[in-house]
Design a protein around this ligand. Structure first.
Ligand SMILES: C[S@@+](CC[C@H](N)C(=O)[O-])C[C@H]1O[C@@H](n2cnc3c(N)ncnc32)[C@H](O)[C@@H]1O
Length: 267
């Protein structure tokens, strides 16, 4: 069992619907099937994405808007053995499910801070283990216990990722390029995206195993344009401003998915 107690780092063992460490700290499985490892002051801290953001992202995923990325992830040269996969900031679990299935990981773990994200992920991905935890704190996994850690449009705690990967294990990152859904900016003042390069040097000693751009333009209807905005961090400011922002979007628009995929192997 690679899960460790967030209080004392002791190994967590499952017994019925409770996980316990040797020192007696215990964590109950929620009725929705996720395990919350938030404790003490963490419980009152950040909340992650809102329910509306999660539901908008779910609709976008179900509509196939990110299918070119799904295909690119399925073709990656992921290292064997493929026992344990962890997604950081897994949201409702769309990419966790796809990578786990296409590369046949024996066990998939998804971690997110948002309660609505982990509820939906646990409901959708029956065989995955879904955890509620905060990436600002150490990961609840033992050293060297994971084969792949992926972060897709989510935080990347590099020191912790390095710690929990086994030698030969891999880190997979997907992040937006500056032009990602750029056409929407002609209609709305969306938050800017820096061209996010992740030098291998940031992952001391890791070797780059794959590096590719996924870019595809397609025409999207108004409802999906609204959802693309509603699932993004820009939604917080647009809502605060009280603008009728959906009314500013066109009935249809050709918009461009533009992301970078980077895979690194731990020596
Ligand atoms: C842009 S979403 C990406 C979700 C998913 N990877 C996907 O691409 O569909 C970022 C996710 O990271 C989560 N997140 C943000 N900060 C976090 C933190 N400190 N700890 C855990 N999760 C966090 C959010 O709740 C959200 O679900």
């Amino acid at each position: 069992m690679p899960l460790v107690c967030p209080h004392c780092r002791g190994v967590l063992s499952p017994a019925d619907r409770t996980y316990r460490c040797p020192q007696g700290h215990s964590f109950d499985l929620a009725k929705e099937g996720y395990l919350s490892l938030l404790h003490g002051r963490q419980k009152g801290a950040g909340r992650g994405d809102t329910r509306d953001m999660i539901l908008a992202r779910d609709r976008v995923h179900r509509a196939g808007v990110f299918d070119p990325l799904v295909a690119a992830l399925a073709a990656l040269p992921l290292a064997a053995p493929r026992a344990r996969l962890l997604e950081l900031g897994c949201g409702e679990g769309f990419f966790l499910g796809h990578v786990g299935r296409s590369h046949q990981y024996a066990t998939s773990y998804g971690l997110d801070l948002s309660v609505d994200a982990v509820k939906l992920a646990a409901r959708t991905l029956k065989t995955a283990r879904i955890l509620r935890a905060d990436l600002l704190h150490p990961l609840p996994f033992a050293d060297g216990s994971l084969d792949l850690v992926q972060s897709i449009f989510a935080p990347r705690p590099l020191t912790e990722i390095t710690r929990v990967l086994r030698p030969g294990g891999q880190a997979l990152f997907v992040y937006p390029q500056a032009h990602h859904w750029g056409e929407l900016r002609a209609f709305l003042p969306l938050a800017g995206i820096g061209d996010d390069k992740l030098p291998a040097a940031d992952l001391g000693g890791f070797v780059r195993a794959a590096s590719l751009e996924v870019r595809e333009s397609r025409e999207l209807p108004h409802a999906l344009l609204v959802d693309l905005v509603a699932m993004s961090p820009s939604i917080h400011r647009l809502t605060r401003d009280g603008t009728d922002w959906p009314g500013l979007l066109p009935a249809r628009l050709t918009a461009t998915l533009s992301v970078h995929v980077a895979l690194f192997t731990k020596p």
